[in-house]
Design a binder for this molecule. Structure first.
Ligand SMILES: C[S@@+](CC[C@H](N)C(=O)[O-])C[C@H]1O[C@@H](n2cnc3c(N)ncnc32)[C@H](O)[C@@H]1O
Length: 272
C-alpha cells in the first residue's frame, strides 16, 4: 500500500493489528496510522520486530514438525495475517505438496491480500472469512469443508491471535469447542503475548492497541496454559518462542537470543 490509498470500505486512519504486525515484519502492506502505532509499541518494546520474526520462525518449525513427524496433512490457520514469506502452505509443501491449508481471518484487508496471492497458484489452499469467536461457523464453511476433512486429524493454528480476544469472549471455551469438532490425533499450535515478565511495559504496549481496531488482552502463563485444556502439550511444553525445538544449536546464537525478555509463550498440543 505504498501510495497509502485504501481499498473501498477500509478505514486507513485506525491502526489495524494485522497491518502493524506487517510493519514489524518489514512489509509494505500498512498505512501511516499503522506505522505510527507500531512505532509507539516499539518505544516500550523495541524488540517487537524481532519478536514478530521469532513468532514466524516458531510457526515454521511447528509446521515442519507436524508434517514431518506427526503425519499432519491438513491445517486450519485462524488469524492468518497478511501474507508473508514462509506461509504455512509454503513450508508444508516443501515436504509434501499434497498438504491442504485453510486460511481464516476476520479482517477484509487480510482476506483480499491472501486471496489475490493464492488464487491460481496454490491448489491445496483456500482463504475464508471467519471469526475465532464463532468456531462452529469456521468449521462449517463450505469452502473450508471442500478442502479440509474433519474426520481426519487437522492442525489448528492459533498463532498470535488469541490475545485479540477479551476475557468476555471466553477463549478457553472457544478453543475447547474447536477441539471437540476435530478428529483424535489433531493438534493445536498456539502463541500468545504474556505479561509475566515485563508487566509494566506490556501494559503500555497493550494500551497502544486500545486505539487500534482490535485491543490486546495480556494473559499469564496459567491462563495461556488453560487454553491447552484437553490437549497434551508435546515437548518442550509451553515455552518462550526460541525455546521450542530450536533448529539452531549454535550456543553463542542461542545465548544472544536469551537476552530477549519473554513477551510470548508458545506450545503445540496433541488431542488424544
Ligand atoms: C498478529 S496477526 C498474526 C498473523 C499470523 N498468525 C502470525 O502469527 O504470523 C493476527 C491476525 O489475527 C486476526 N484476527 C484477530 N482477531 C481475530 C478473530 N477474532 N478471528 C479471526 N482472526 C482474527 C487479525 O486480523 C490478524 O490478521
Amino acid at each position: 500500500m505504498a501510495d497509502d490509498e485504501p481499498p473501498p470500505g477500509i478505514d486507513a486512519g485506525i491502526p489495524n493489528p494485522a497491518r502493524m504486525y506487517n510493519y514489524f515484519l518489514g512489509g509494505k502492506d500498512n498505512f501511516a496510522a499503522d506505522r505510527e502505532a507500531a512505532e509507539r509499541v516499539m518505544q516500550v518494546a523495541p524488540e517487537a520486530p524481532a519478536l514478530a520474526r521469532r513468532n514466524r520462525a516458531f510457526l515454521r518449525r511447528a509446521v515442519r514438525h507436524l508434517v514431518a513427524e506427526a503425519g499432519i496433512r491438513q491445517f486450519v490457520d485462524i488469524g492468518t495475517g497478511l501474507p508473508t514469506e514462509g506461509s504455512v502452505h509454503e513450508v508444508a509443501h516443501e515436504m509434501d505438496p499434497g498438504v491442504r491449508v485453510a486460511y481464516v481471518d476476520n479482517d477484509p484487508v487480510v482476506l483480499a491480500h491472501s486471496r489475490a496471492l493464492l488464487s491460481g497458484t496454490a491448489a491445496a489452499t483456500v482463504t475464508v472469512q471467519g471469526d475465532l469467536r464463532r468456531p462452529e461457523e469456521i468449521l462449517a464453511d463450505p469452502e473450508l469443508r471442500s478442502l479440509i476433512d474433519l474426520a481426519e486429524p487437522v492442525a489448528i493454528l492459533l498463532v498470535a491471535v488469541v490475545h485479540f480476544l477479551s476475557g468476555d469472549d471466553k477463549p478457553a471455551e472457544l478453543v475447547a469447542r474447536l477441539r471437540e469438532s476435530v478428529a483424535p490425533g489433531s493438534h493445536l499450535v498456539l502463541t500468545h503475548v504474556t505479561d509475566e515478565e515485563r508487566a509494566g511495559a506490556a501494559r503500555d504496549g497493550a494500551a497502544v492497541y486500545q486505539q487500534a481496531s482490535s485491543g490486546i488482552t495480556l494473559r499469564s502463563r496459567e491462563q495461556i496454559h488453560e487454553l491447552f485444556d484437553g490437549f497434551q502439550l508435546i515437548e518442550p511444553g509451553l515455552v518462550p518462542l526460541d525455546d521450542w525445538r530450536p533448529d539452531d544449536e549454535n550456543p553463542l546464537a542461542r545465548q544472544a537470543r536469551r537476552h530477549l525478555p519473554t513477551w510470548f509463550l508458545c506450545g503445540v498440543g496433541h488431542a488424544p
